[in-house]
Each structure stands twice: as C-alpha cells, then as structure tokens.
Design a protein around this ligand. Structure first.
Ligand code: ATP
Ligand code: MG
Ligand code: MG
Ligand code: MG
Length: 562
C-alpha cells in the first residue's frame, strides 16, 4: 500500500532563487525544488524527493534488464590497479581516473566503468560454454574526474550508472546480446518518457565493431547531432577537446602535450580549420608539414587553440583517413581509451578487426603519436570531415536536416574479444577445447537521465515529471483552513489506500499561494487542491502538464484518481 508523504514532516525545502552558478534548467530546478544539493564540484546529495525519482528510474532500468535475462550484481567501486594495468586503462584514462593508495602503499582507483572487473568475475565463475551466454548488470556509483563537471547532475564526478556486460562464445551470440540491449534501452527510455534518438557512434576507444548512442535532444546537451525531422535518420558529431603535439621527427621521441586552461570548442577548431562548425570532426588526424597530429578526446584534457595555431597553418592542414591505416597494423593497437574516442578509422573493417586504438611506434598509451607521415603512411585525402549544414538533404529521405544539441543518456558497444584477450577469458567449448569469449558493454546514465528528463519536460513554472518517474502521483494541497486540512488528509489517506502515491502539503502557516507555487515547482503530474470549494463538496484537480483544471465532487475524486 502506498503511504502519504506529508510535507509538514518531510525534509522538502524549496528555494526562491536559482543557484548562482546554474546555467541549465535541470540544474536550477532540481536544486530549487529540493531534489538535490551540491556537495562539492560534480558531487551531489540526493534529497528525499530526488531519491524517489532516482529510484524510479533505477526501477524501470532494472525491470527491463531483468526482462532480457540480465542478472543483477554489485561489484565494488574501489578497485585495485592491476586489472586496469592489464587492460592499459590505468594509463589511458589519464586524469579522468580517481586514484588512491591504501595504508600499505597499494594503488587503487574508483571505478569509472567496469569491463575489467566483470571480465575477471566471469573468468572466476564460468568455465564451460554451457555457462554462457550471460548478461550481468549493476546500478552503481561511478567516479570520473571530469574536467568540467557542470550542469548539476548531468555531468557529475560521482554519478549513478547502470552498466551491463554480455559474455558469449560466438559473434552471433554477441550480436543477439547487443540486439537485446538495444531493445531494452528503447523500452526503458520510452517508459521514462524521454524523447531520444539512436545514433551510430564510432566504436572509438572502447573498441569493437558496433556502437550506438542514445541521445536525448536538449539545449543543455553537450553533444551535437544531425537530425532528420521527417524520418528516423540521426547521426552524431563529436566535440574536439584534445590535441597531442607533433611527434619528435625521429618518430620515437617524447610526446609533448599542450595543456592549458582554455577550453576549445568544435566551433573554434572548425573556424581554425576553415570548415563549417557543423562539420563532423570526429577524431581528427591532421597532417602538418609531414607530421601527424591527433586531435581527439583522450581524457577530456584541454588545449589552447591559439597555441595549436602556432603549429598549424590552415593552408597546409590535411586530414588523415582510414585508408592511411590499411595494411599498417603496426599503427593500430588494441588499447582501450578513456572515452568514446571515436576514431572513425577503426570502424573501417579494413583497418584492423577488433582493435581500438591507433598509435605510432607501438607505444602504449599514445594516440597516433610518433606517427610520421611519409615514413609510416602518406596522406592525400580529405574524407573524414563530413560537412553538414542545417537544411542539407537527409541521406535517407531528402528532407532538410536539422542540427541540434543532445544529452548522451545511453551507450551500447560490441566490444568483441579485447578484454577476453587481455585477461585470457576462455570457456571450454563443446569439443572440450577452450573458446575465447566475446563481450559487449552497455551503459545508461541513471542520474543523468533524471536531469535529462527535467530538461525535456520542465516549463516556466517548474519541473513536470512523467508519472513513471514522478516522486508521487498526486500532490494534495490543503489551502489552509482547518476543515480543508482535515479533508485533504482524509482524501490523501483514501488515495494511498487505493495505491496512489500521495504528497500532501499540510504545512501550517504557509500561504496557499506559496503552496501552489511549490506544487508547480515540484512537478507531480496531478495536483489536487482542497480549497474554498470543499465547503460545497468539490475539490479541484489540475493536470500539471496541460494546466487543465476540473472541479470534482469530493465523493468521486478518489475513484477518479486511483
Ligand atoms: P560523455 O560523452 O557525456 O562524457 P561517455 O561517453 O564518457 O559520456 P560512457 O562511458 O559511454 O559515457 O558511459 C555510459 C553512460 O554513462 C553515458 O551514456 C552517460 O549517460 C553516463 N555518463 C557518463 N559520464 C557521466 C557523468 N560524468 N555524469 C553522469 N552520467 C555520465
Ligand atoms: Mg565522458
Ligand atoms: Mg559514451
Ligand atoms: Mg560520449
């Protein structure tokens, strides 16, 4: 049975003003309406209302993961360094990783994502092909020392993620696990009431052959994407945040990284490269005077474009393409990087199946560093810049394309055998011979989804939750007089008995005006006002989203809302 949550005895404190540093609607409203409180940069406290919404999102995710046969587990967030050294990510992650040391001097990290530990768990638990396929998932706190934690819980340094991992013995099995996840994600985001697009993401640093992102269109989003208003065509573009300086001409020298506090944008780099800002600058390799520079996203580091400008002259910039890597396996390494790095070359099956990282001189942890044009390959094309202007014809249906901003709410990858290779994950096959396992990894930003929903559904008066995630079904406002408070409490109890989740504003000494404003701000889908009409046996039912109001006889209201 549902119970009545009384505001008079709850820790629900709304604020009149937006937090000073807040730029996005979700940040402002979630703080003002009393859902979350900032603890430190990118680290948040979930207050009672916020925790309910977060739990509702988790519940939907859990139900849909269970429905595809996922088994929930809970792995530690505090992880030893060694597995991440084995995979190469201890280095690859760079400053994104929270590292710590125990009293005995052993190195640990706070998990940013858990491929390594899941691989080891399955290696420990599964020995035969009969134990597979298996899908494991957890809803857990993740840690990433993001360079620019911003927008409230949209980009936290501590955040909630549902991460799952599939383990199969065959490529067909992996494809099926991936398909199951894709379908589950579709159901999750539909149930949550999110507007979303599925876009193909270059497999990038995570490796593997197939990868798609789920994007929730919103002005506050940090991803730029191309969207067709007529059909379901959508594609992502990626912001460019790092530049690695040119290699020592010897090809083996130290790599200098440009590291300044200025934040480049895709617009500024595009302006510099003299391409439209809407160009798809997915991991760019640029050749300057015979040397290749990588412009990618390893570790959310930043670069001063002006400094880049000292080295780059637009007239001599050429872009490297996948062609340049064909037949040059020494330039391609199976390292896993920190981000959805998105080297489009790796999506090209001719480059090197199952690898995910392009590096020069076989140095781990490098990103196309020390690759010397002319010695290692030649460049003569300009293929990887896909220039799309708003209004350009959709490749699928010809309608005018739109370019918008979106929030990445989910990401699914076919990893292949990268981690199984790194950790020697085999099971005994039907013939008694070991079979190497193939994996997928799949993430949903659970806490980010709360913010994405707030972004998409709020209005001028406040939050406006879809019922499935709302902290309550009905917000009962007692206008103030004792009889009204009495009736409101009575109706609330009866609603709760009927299974309705009720938030009752029974605060004494708070004006009806403030209560109404708070109800709009808090954003429960139905507002039930017990006011003046109560004397005549009617109450007012208001739809938070549409604003429609209706007088309903007291005798009918419970049946109506149950
Ligand atoms: P982004 O591009 O926004 O940095 P990501 O590609 O690094 O995200 P993934 O490694 O794909 O993220 O993680 C899976 C999901 O976890 C993402 O799709 C996103 O919804 C969520 N997520 C990632 N980073 C954060 C963060 N800092 N705060 C909140 N949610 C996050
Ligand atoms: Mg990231
Ligand atoms: Mg991603
Ligand atoms: Mg991403």
């Amino acid at each position: 049975m549902a119970h009545v949550q009384r505001m008079s005895t709850s820790m629900i404190k709304t604020l009149r003003d937006d937090p000073a540093d807040a730029e996005t609607a979700s940040h402002k409203l979630l703080v003002r309406a009393g859902y979350v409180r900032r603890s430190s940069a990118g680290v948040w406290t979930w207050l009672p209302l916020g925790k309910k919404v977060l739990d509702n999102v988790s519940r939907v995710v859990r139900e849909e993961m269970d429905a595809i046969g996922g088994q929930e587990v809970l792995l530690p967030a505090l992880l030893p360094k060694e597995p991440y050294e084995t995979s190469g990510r201890w280095e690859e992650y760079g400053e994104l990783l929270f590292r710590l040391r125990d009293r005995k001097g052993a190195d640990y990290l706070l998990g940013p994502t858990h491929e390594e530990i899941f691989t080891l768990t399955v290696k420990d638990q599964c020995t035969s092909y009969k134990d597979l396929p298996v899908i494991l998932y957890q809803i857990q706190t993740k840690y990433r020392d993001e360079a620019r934690p911003r927008s409230g819980v949209l980009r936290g340094r501590e955040f909630q993620m549902k991460d799952s991992y599939s383990f199969d013995t065959t490529d067909e099995g992996l494809a099926e696990s991936y398909r199951l996840h894709r379908a589950a994600y579709t159901r999750v985001f539909e149930r949550l009431g999110l507007d979303y697009r599925i876009v193909s993401a270059v497999s990038g640093a995570m490796g593997g052959s197939a990868s798609e992102e789920f994007l929730a269109p919103a002005a506050a989003g940090e991803d730029t994407f191309v969207d067709c208003p007529k059909c379901d065509y959508a594609a992502n573009t990626e912001a460019v945040t790092t530049v690695v300086a040119p290699a020592d001409p010897s090809g083996h020298g130290p790599v200098e990284e440009l590291d300044t506090p200025d934040t480049p944008t895709i617009e500024s780099l595009a302006a510099y490269l003299d391409v439209p800002a809407s160009a798809t600058l997915k991991n760019l390799l640029v050749k300057v005077d015979g040397e290749v520079w990588a412009v990618g996203v390893p570790g959310d580091r930043e670069v001063d474009l002006a400094k880049l400008g000292e080295h780059l002259a637009p007239a001599v910039v050429e872009l490297v393409t996948a062609e340049d890597f064909v037949g040059r396996p020494e330039l391609v390494r199976g390292y896993v990087g920190p981000q959805g790095l998105g080297l489009p070359y790796l999506a090209d099956p001719r480059v090197a199946a199952g690898t995910s990282w392009i590096t020069g001189a076989n140095k781990p942890g490098t990103h196309a560093r020390n690759v010397v044009c002319g010695r290692d390959f030649t460049v003569d094309r300009y293929l990887d810049v896909v220039v799309v202007e708003p209004g350009d014809p959709c490749p699928r249906c010809g309608a005018g394309l739109e370019i918008g901003r979106a929030i990445e709410i989910g990401h699914i990858f076919q990893l292949g055998r990268k981690y199984a290779d790194a950790f020697g994950l085999d099971v005994l096959g039907p013939q008694g011979k070991p079979v190497r396992v193939t994996m997928g990894s799949y993430g949903i930003g659970v806490s980010r989804a709360v913010a994405a929903l707030a972004e998409q559904t709020h209005d001028g008066a406040g939050l406006c939750w879809p019922r499935e995630v709302a902290p309550a079904d009905v917000h009962v406002v007692a206008a103030g007089k004792a009889v009204q408070t009495q009736l409101a409490a009575e109706l609330s109890e009866r609603l709760a008995e009927a299974g309705v989740r009720v938030l009752l504003d029974d605060r004494a000494g708070v004006s009806p005006g403030v209560k109404f404003t708070d109800a709009e701000l808090i954003g429960v889908p139905t507002i039930l006002v017990v006011g003046r009409g109560a004397a005549d046996g009617v109450v007012e039912v208001k739809d938070r989203r549409t604003g429609e109001k209706e007088e309903v006889p007291v005798a009918e209201v419970v049946a109506r809302l149950a």
